[in-house]
Design a protein around this ligand. Structure first.
Ligand SMILES: Cc1cc2nc3c(=O)[nH]c(=O)nc-3n(C[C@H](O)[C@H](O)[C@H](O)COP(=O)(O)OP(=O)(O)OC[C@H]3O[C@@H](n4cnc5c(N)ncnc54)[C@H](O)[C@@H]3O)c2cc1C
Length: 589
């Protein structure tokens, strides 16, 4: 079996794991990060998109609120291009009156969360669709954040300082040494899920950053970690009904935030304790609840088109806790398994939020330094990731670049303004195993038609690239971030992709694409998109889906493509049953 050696092995390619890899590599460690799918496959790729100001936690969990506002200020600098400075309102609807708004204001002051009460008329001028019956409005520095881009940018920043990232590599066992009382995790046995090849990665320190899967991973070392998987369902509306993050000014509950992110507005979320982090089935009652709660903030919201629903599972952790996931702490927890369980060289970092991933990474690497016996300070708060010179994201950025360079004829995805060169560069420069990876890279298929028109075009491009690769008979190349003039940080910029990068000689992707693969990618991507549409098939979206069905099933005969029984890395993911049941209400409501 192939063997690799490293100082620190990080398991999990979400915000926390990539943050740890970046921090550890900056402190001079040799680092390998392994992720069983693509980066952000887990909760990081399924979250709400809020850069917390801390306002949500000031009353209930002031410690988390202080962490959020501190990290909010840092991330605006270190990950500027991944953040939209939307600002945030906490609004008092007729149902929220009482003592909470005053408690909220006082608690913001205590936690250092900037909070200004603004006239209702001003709030309504800025957000005309808001409920006209709100009585008070507080403004806080909330923002919207793109976790796909930020995680890729963090991973690239880590690679620039020597970290190695292995996506589609799953830890199937931990390497254990020593006997009772003297056990040690010495690394992990990893399987490449696309080739089946296995290897052993030996490490001085292994960090479990697998989020909601942390309990399953710790079990491989014989350790019990009771993560409380709290599933949250989110509902995306087809346009930005608001441009500011809108929160209800009350104790956190279901459906009390609307976040404008990219071209859509997302209402969230529910919080249901589930037994399995892969349990992502969305129930009709969750969608109805989001829409009816959303109406209290923006009364017309349910008249807009629902484009998609999705769910993520919170990796909550609270020692000896048995209550509901809604009331479990949102704080993060570092488990030092040497002290807690008598197992050396193994740490688990879990809980927390996307907003606090950098701080979580700092604490995990501090603990690793302490155990390895190295004194190196954390520098991530003062180090920027590639791409920040683009400034904060703004809604018109892609349109502006497309119009400026007259790239309209180049568009593969009209909803999200994805150009052909963006697709080609992402395929060539970023490890790509499924079309869903391309979605995370450039936002392909994420707009109102949910892949109706762009999926077959992207497949055609992949097919062409694959045929060219076969014709050239060149061996597939591994792309290293260091030799690319094109940067992951610019995945989402039509202008950058159209410029220097496109002209640069591009090594082909590390995946050989064959005709059958393109068919497989098409089928799996359509199925994956379908998963988030089954709970919302009514009104305009049903018409859209009927059109997509005619394109793919009637015109392209997509369910009878050659080699239709083949399995891709995404197949197992959509093959689990996502059929919503008929319940329209929560059992214990
Ligand atoms: C519905 C919802 C909404 C949220 N909204 C917000 C928000 O608006 N703002 C905010 O700040 N936070 C939000 N959060 C919280 C935030 O999303 C999470 O705290 C954060 O993304 C967790 O990141 P992570 O890296 O710890 O976990 P993950 O992103 O889940 O990463 C863990 C990774 O480990 C991988 N993995 C698992 N097992 C293995 C294995 N055996 N081998 C290799 N890899 C493995 C998984 O594939 C996964 O990619 C939300 C959470 C939910 C559920």
């Amino acid at each position: 079996m192939k063997r690799l050696d490293t100082d620190i092995l990080v398991i999990g390619g979400g915000a926390t794991g990539t943050g740890i890899a970046w921090d550890a590599a900056l402190r001079g460690f040799k680092v390998i990060l392994v992720e069983k799918r693509d980066l952000t496959h887990g909760t990081t790729g399924r979250y709400h998109g809020l850069l917390h100001s801390g306002g949500r936690y000031v009353v209930k969990d002031p410690g988390s609120a202080v962490e959020c506002i501190t990290e909010n200020r840092i991330l605006r600098k270190t990950h500027a291009h991944c953040i939209e400075d939307t600002s945030g309102f906490f609004v008092v609807t007729p149902e929220d009156e009482g003592e909470y708004p005053d408690l909220f204001k006082a608690a913001c002051e205590k936690c250092g969360v900037p909070c200004a009460e603004i006239p209702v008329a001003e709030a309504l001028r800025r957000e005309p669709l808001l409920n006209q019956r709100i009585s008070r409005v507080f403004e806080v520095p909330d923002g919207a954040a793109d976790s796909f881009l930020s995680t890729h940018a963090t991973a690239q920043a880590a690679q620039r300082v020597g970290a190695q990232t292995l996506v589609y590599h799953e830890v199937i066992a931990l390497l254990l040494e020593g006997g009772d009382g003297n056990r040690r995790v010495a690394g992990a046995q990893v399987r490449n899920v696309t080739t089946g090849e296995e290897m052993a990665i030996h490490a001085s320190m292994t960090v479990n950053a697998t989020g909601a899967w942390a309990g399953q991973l710790a079990k491989m070392a014989g350790i019990r970690v009771d993560v409380i998987p709290g599933k949250g369902t989110l509902v995306a509306m087809n346009h930005r009904v608001v441009n500011t993050v809108i929160n209800r000014c009350k104790k956190p509950a279901d459906g009390d935030i609307i976040v404008p992110i990219h071209t859509v507005a997302v209402i969230g979320t529910t919080d249901e304790r589930v037994t399995n982090p892969e349990d992502l089935r969305i129930e009709p009652w969750e969608v109805y609840l989001m829409l009816s709660e959303g109406e209290k903030l923006v009364p017309s919201i349910s008249k807009a088109r629902v484009v998609r629903t999705w769910a993520g599972v919170r990796p909550l952790y609270q020692e000896h806790y048995s209550g509901s996931s809604r009331d479990a702490t949102r704080a993060f927890t570092l488990l030092r398994h040497n002290n807690r369980d008598g197992v050396q060289s193994f740490l688990t970092m879990t809980g927390g939020k996307w907003t606090t991933f950098r701080l979580m990474a700092e604490k995990a690497v501090d603990a690793a330094c302490e155990q390895i016996g190295v004194r190196q300070p954390c520098v991530t708060a003062e180090t920027v990731v590639p791409g920040i010179e683009q400034g904060h994201y703004w809604l018109g950025h892609r349109l502006h670049e497309v119009e400026d360079l007259k790239l309209q004829g180049e568009l593969v995805c009209e909803c999200e303004l994805v150009t052909r060169t963006m697709v080609e560069n992402a395929v060539r420069r970023n490890p790509l195993v499924t079309l869903d990876d391309l979605r995370r890279d450039v936002r392909l298929g994420m707009g109102p038609c949910q892949g109706g028109f762009c999926t077959y075009r992207a497949c055609g491009i992949l097919h062409e690239l694959g045929s060219k690769q076969q014709a050239d008979a060149r061996p597939p190349l591994q792309v290293s971030a260091r030799d690319a003039t094109w940067e992951v940080a610019y995945l989402q910029s039509p202008a950058h992709n159209n410029g220097a990068a496109a002209a640069a000689p591009s090594p082909l992707s590390n995946q050989a694409i064959t005709v059958e693969d393109a068919n497989l990618l098409l089928r799996d991507f359509l199925q994956e998109r379908w998963k988030g549409l089954t709970p919302i098939l009514w009104a305009q979206q049903l018409k859209q889906e009927r059109l997509d069905e005619l394109i793919y099933l009637s015109l392209l005969n997509a369910d009878h493509l050659p080699d239709g029984d083949r399995q891709g890395p995404l197949s197992t993911f959509w093959r689990f049953d996502t059929t919503p049941n008929e319940k329209t209400e929560r059992d214990h409501a």
